[in-house]
Design a protein. Structure first.
Length: 189
C-alpha cells in the first residue's frame, strides 16, 4: 500500500509559514539542500528543477497534495508547480478554471481521497501543505519528515491547524546539518 508523507519545512515554534503564507524565513541555501536534491527531488517545484538543470523521476513521490493557500503561494512564478507528479489541490470555494490544466481541484473529503489514492498502484503520496489540510489528513499520515529550521516565526500557519487529537509517532531518523536545519523523520506508531 502507498504511504502518505507530510514532508514540510517548519519553524522552531511549529509554523510552516508566516500568517500571510510567506515562508521566505526558511533558508534555501546550505548543506540540507543537497539532501533534498538527492533524496527528495520529487518535492522540488518545476522552476527549481529547471534552474538547477535537474529532472524528477517520481520514484519517491508521484502524487502531490496541497491546500489552496499552498498552491497559490507559487503564484506568479507558476500555476503548475509539480508537473512531474499528479497534483491534487483541495478547496471548497475555488473553481476548476482556477488551477492549471492537469491539476485536480477537489472539494471532496481529503481522507476519502487519500484512502482511494492509497489503494492505487504507484509511488508515495506527498502532503505538501498546509496546516488545515494536514489536520484533516492526520489519521492518514504514515510518515512525517520535518525540516526544522533555526528560526522562530512567533505566529503563522501551524504545522497542524485543527482540533486537539494526540497522535503518536516514533522517531526513525534525525540528521543535523551545518545550516542549522534539523531533519527529523517520524513514522506512525
Amino acid at each position: 500500500m502507498r504511504t502518505l508523507t507530510y514532508f514540510v519545512a517548519v519553524s522552531l515554534d511549529g509554523f510552516i509559514a508566516a500568517p500571510d503564507g510567506d515562508f521566505s524565513a526558511f533558508p534555501v541555501q546550505g548543506d540540507h539542500i543537497e539532501m533534498i536534491i538527492s533524496d527528495y527531488r520529487d518535492t522540488l517545484p518545476d522552476v527549481a528543477l529547471q534552474a538547477l538543470g535537474l529532472t524528477a523521476d517520481g520514484s519517491r513521490f508521484d502524487t502531490t497534495l496541497m491546500g489552496w493557500n499552498t498552491y497559490a503561494a507559487g503564484f506568479p512564478a507558476t500555476r503548475n508547480p509539480y508537473p512531474h507528479t499528479r497534483q491534487f489541490v483541495f478547496s471548497r470555494t475555488r473553481r476548476p478554471q482556477d488551477v492549471a490544466e492537469g491539476i485536480t481541484l477537489t472539494g471532496d473529503n481529503p481522507v476519502d481521497v487519500v484512502r482511494e489514492l492509497k489503494k492505487q498502484r504507484g509511488a508515495g503520496i506527498w502532503l505538501c501543505g498546509g496546516g488545515q489540510l494536514a489536520a484533516a489528513l492526520r489519521p492518514q499520515i504514515d510518515v512525517m519528515v520535518l525540516k526544522v529550521n533555526p528560526v522562530v516565526l512567533g505566529d503563522g500557519v501551524p504545522l497542524f491547524a485543527g482540533d486537539h487529537d494526540p497522535t503518536s509517532y516514533r522517531l526513525r531518523d534525525s540528521t543535523a546539518y551545518g545550516s542549522g536545519v534539523l531533519v527529523n523523520e517520524y513514522v506512525r506508531e
